[in-house]
Write a new protein. Structure first.
Length: 323
């Protein structure tokens, strides 16, 4: 049996996807992002944006552009997804029809924005699956944006849906939905990590994801010129709020996010040593550096190796059979 089957038997095994989700709206930025992905490898995802990326009146043309890029040869790693218009938008089904017809089999995931609760998500899934299945794709992974009161209220139920792979926090729409009761400073640091209602939303999303083995994706940092702010936000998202993924809106944000979400080299080495020793005794208890370890701690160290892999870190040769 694969180590993941042994360690997570009867439990939710965490989704393992790249730790950075980079959004691109214009054709120029799409191609620039893909060039960087080809340089760095599949250590970050690219989301081509139909919701905010399409100019008014050009929604159909933009969706066709997105489909052609995803279906094209430049999508070397098949780690490119798309954000479609929201369920209530007149172009929602048009986005689905065009993208699924042109690129369903090479699409990494679809991002569903502005849902108002579990009913919206299940209704959208029915429509998405109809178009995807017609074009030869079953169980297309769905990423759901949590940015409304209703979505936050239903976050556990949304995270429990098998087809949902990731929940993302849409901080700006969430703050705006409070009609001025939350100050604008809570959309950025340090306020986004200290305002009680924003903290509550972030924590509930992360908790729901971890309860159901999904990836919680932290909101964007709007500061694009100061990499130290991006790095600080990413470090706090990972260390204090248990997020395993984060949005990027500028190529310069990608590397600080990758670094922040990667485990330390010493942790990777320790995890490799412990799991290799555990595998040698068929996953029974072991002692390592004077401490007892069993399957409870093995699960933790296995996720360390998964995080390292998702961040593009070099891994010891000994872990090849573990991943």
């Amino acid at each position: 049996m694969h180590p993941s089957e042994v360690l997570f038997q009867g439990k939710h095994m965490p989704v393992s996807i790249p730790v950075c989700d980079h959004y691109a709206g214009s054709e120029k930025l799409m191609h620039k992002s893909i060039a960087l992905q080809q340089e760095l490898g599949p250590v970050f995802d690219i989301t081509l944006d139909c919701e905010d990326g399409a100019s008014a009146g050009n929604e159909e043309g933009h969706a066709r552009l997105v489909a052609s890029i995803i279906a094209g040869e430049s999508n070397r790693f098949q780690r490119i997804g798309a954000r479609v218009h929201d369920l209530s938008h007149p172009d929602f089904e048009q986005d689905l029809a065009i993208i699924c017809e042109g690129a369903a089999k090479r699409l990494a995931y679809l991002v569903l924005p502005k849902v108002d609760g579990i009913a919206d998500v299940t209704r959208a899934l029915g429509i998405i699956n109809r178009y995807a299945t017609q074009n030869g794709r079953d169980n297309l992974p769905i990423h759901v944006l949590i940015e409304t009161h209703g979505a936050l209220a239903d976050v556990q139920a949304i995270a429990a849906l098998p087809q949902v792979e990731c929940l993302s926090f849409g901080i700006m729409d969430f703050v705006s939905a409070h009609n001025g009761a939350i100050p604008g400073s809570a959309m950025r640091s340090p306020g986004q990590f200290t305002h009680p209602l924003v903290m509550r939303a972030k924590l509930e999303i992360a908790a729901a994801c971890h309860a159901h083995g999904k990836a919680p994706s932290h909101n964007v940092t709007t500061e694009i010129k100061d990499s130290a702010i991006v790095a600080g936000d990413a470090n706090r998202a990972a260390a204090e709020f248990a997020y395993t993924r984060m949005w990027s809106i500028h190529p310069d944000q990608i590397k600080p996010i990758l670094k922040a979400f990667a485990p330390r080299s010493s942790e990777v080495t320790e995890a490799a040593n412990i799991l290799t020793a555990a595998q040698a005794v068929q996953w029974g208890p072991i002692q390592y550096n004077g401490r007892l370890h069993d399957r409870a701690s093995y699960r933790y160290y296995w996720t360390i190796l998964q995080r390292a892999k998702a961040s593009g870190m070099p891994l010891p040769e000994s872990v090849g059979s573990l991943l």
